[in-house]
Write a protein that binds this ligand. Structure first.
Ligand code: ARG
Length: 342
């Protein structure tokens, strides 16, 4: 019987090499690479070509921007979700939608294994594995980048020998993950907590000292969800894409923090999520006007717990659904306009 693995593919060097390793080292006959569009700033065409060059039998590009915005991001906004009070869960929110797309393909193909490119140091391994197992119970999960540590030079040599095109770029100074809700920047010199965030780490935000003249933006909410900017109705993914550069120009949503990872490691993280921070601020302000005192107290207690559940990879859990049912019940009157001064 032919053996098939389905990989959560990013198009980068790690997951490209993983395609070849799955065939060479793990003995798979077919590797299907699934590249999920969650609004990341990526060039999909070369990424797909690289997947085929690495030996994938198929590279599927799946657009889940709308689903991601309307499900994970929408629920995070209702929950005013900030892990450890600051991080709007950018990467954590995207993992369940990516994993679900991968698991769907794997189920359809009756694949033996699903694969992710996470190492053993971070949270994403938990998020992928828990989501894979929720969506494809009993599936075998493989993590080639955790099974064997490769240096970047080893990977480049391996890729070049196989004819996998390697981007000529010099070694990237940071490890970056992004999607329509924001960007996460870590590693490199940032691991020294004394080093101030270098400006070149940021793409979506400018330093507040260079902010343009102040402006007001009016966010329209309907039952807790943002539906309009300055009177113009927009779908959530469009609204975020419109608000990101507006708020980012003022430095809104720049975050520099030490975060406690699920497995206990402390990590210096930079984030930029202008729309996320602006919308959570606006939503909280509207709730302050509308919710009863008792509802507000209960909801503010549960919000950080929701954030931790998500951070720890438990999107597909009865607890998360139960929190969401409570939050939804509090939102029936959270409708109206909020004026933000940037
Ligand atoms: N620490 C963040 C989280 O666990 C971001 C991780 C994203 N990965 C990266 N390579 N920057 O959600």
């Amino acid at each position: 019987m032919s053996r098939t693995a389905v990989l959560a593919y990013s198009g980068g060097l790690d997951t490209s090499c993983a395609i070849a390793w799955l065939k060479e080292d793990y003995g798979f006959d077919q590797v299907v690479a699934v590249l999920v569009d969650v609004g990341q700033d990526a060039d999909f065409e070369p990424a797909v070509a690289r997947g085929y060059a690495a030996g994938a039998s198929d590279v599927l590009l799946v657009d889940r921007k709308r689903e991601f915005a309307n499900d994970q991001v929408a629920k995070a906004l209702l929950a005013n979700a900030l892990y450890e009070g600051r991080y709007p869960l950018v990467s954590a929110l995207s993992r369940p939608v990516i994993a679900e797309a991968v698991a769907e393909v794997a189920l359809e193909l009756d694949a033996e294994a699903v694969v992710h490119g996470c190492t053993g140091k971070g949270n994403d391994q938990l998020r992928f594995e828990l989501a894979f197992k929720a969506k494809y119970p009993g599936v075998h999960v493989i993590a080639p980048l955790r099974d064997r540590i490769w240096t970047r030079d080893e990977e480049i040599a391996f890729a070049e020998a196989l004819g996998i095109p390697v981007e000529a770029k010099a070694e990237k100074p940071y490890s970056i993950d992004d999607n329509l809700f924001g960007r996460a920047i870590e590693a490199g010199i940032l691991e020294d907590a004394w080093v101030a965030p270098p400006e070149d780490a940021f793409l979506l935000t400018s330093h507040p000292s260079t902010a343009p003249a102040p402006i007001d933006v009016v966010v329209g909410f309907e039952q807790g969800l943002p539906v309009a900017l300055d009177g113009e109705e927009l779908e959530l993914h469009e609204l975020i894409a419109t608000l990101n550069p507006l708020a980012g120009a003022y430095g809104v949503g720049r975050i520099d923090m030490i975060e406690n990872r699920a497995i206990g490691i402390k990590s210096r993280e930079l984030y930029e999520a202008p729309a996320a921070i602006a919308l959570i601020e606006a939503h909280r302000a509207l709730e302050d006007v509308v919710l009863t005192k008792a509802e507000a107290i209960a909801k503010r207690e549960l919000e950080p717990r929701w954030a931790k559940v998500l951070y720890d990879g438990l999107w597909f859990s009865p607890l998360r659904s139960a929190y969401d049912a409570f939050f939804a019940a509090t939102q029936t009157l959270v409708t109206g306009d909020v004026r933000l001064s940037l």
